[in-house]
Ligand binder design. Sequence first.
Ligand SMILES: [Zn+2]
Length: 316
Amino acid sequence: MEGGKNQFWRWYRNWFDRVHDVAFHIVRDPSISAEVTRDVFIDAWHDLDRGADEMTGGRLLRNARTRALNRLTYDRRDRKNHPDAAFDRRTPGIDASNVRIDLDRRHRVLLAVSSTLGNRDASILSLHLRDGLDATELADELGVSCDDAPPVLARLRTGLNDAIAAWTCWNDGAPVCPGLRNLVERGRMSDFDRATAKAVITHVHWCDACTAQHRRGAPPEEVYAGVPVLIAPETLRHDVTIALERSGILIPAAGALADEAPIAGSSPPGASTPEPELPVVADRSSGRRTQQTVLAVGLASLLLALLFIALRVGLG
Ligand SMILES: [Zn+2]
């Protein structure tokens, strides 16, 4: 079991960013995505403890999606039931309120697709196209049998292609095509939501200029699949690691991971396999201890200097 627990940290280290990426693109809040990431790995730890089915990267990502969607549902329900209450479901332990996650244009396409197709469908497409899960693995998420999953997934992909075509031609509210620009300005479509996407795609379907512009770019699915995994800020990773440790998941001794061969799947496909290293957990008390030592040495030096001066004055 000890080896299994060390392997857990290998999975944690190698899959952290992908799990967080799935959670963040659904909840869009650093604190909440950190909490979801923590809970996914706590679940994985308990699964390991119970000797449940072997851990896979696909399972971690699917759990991240489920937990993130559930969290959104609970939060919305709370807001509805307590509209006047100051709303904060954040649990103590992880405070990422100061963490900013800047999304570049490539990541914003994921948010645009989510606002058009909805989080449920968009997150399935992301698991499929960006993380490589196939239709069979996603059958539960699609709510169908494994045999019925491929055509359902294909329908989602058609919707995705339309959504990205619309987003590309909308061009942050400043379309190149004069006809579309006129439509966007008249309709005040400064935000890319479901209604904007619908209006834009209707235009694109009959507009030769927009269709040609859209065809000149990379195929929509490639655009979507090529969005890189968001690298979580180090402070956030640190907070989650501390939270796992506080929930009783002990960090292995230094060097423990280096002695073990990694098991298959513990690194995402295509990821480089860096030298095993322990999770970086800065000991916050050591910082305080260093400050105290510096202060003590400073005070001692001052006292010695005063003593020296007093002696000189006394001798003089
Ligand atoms: Zn056009």
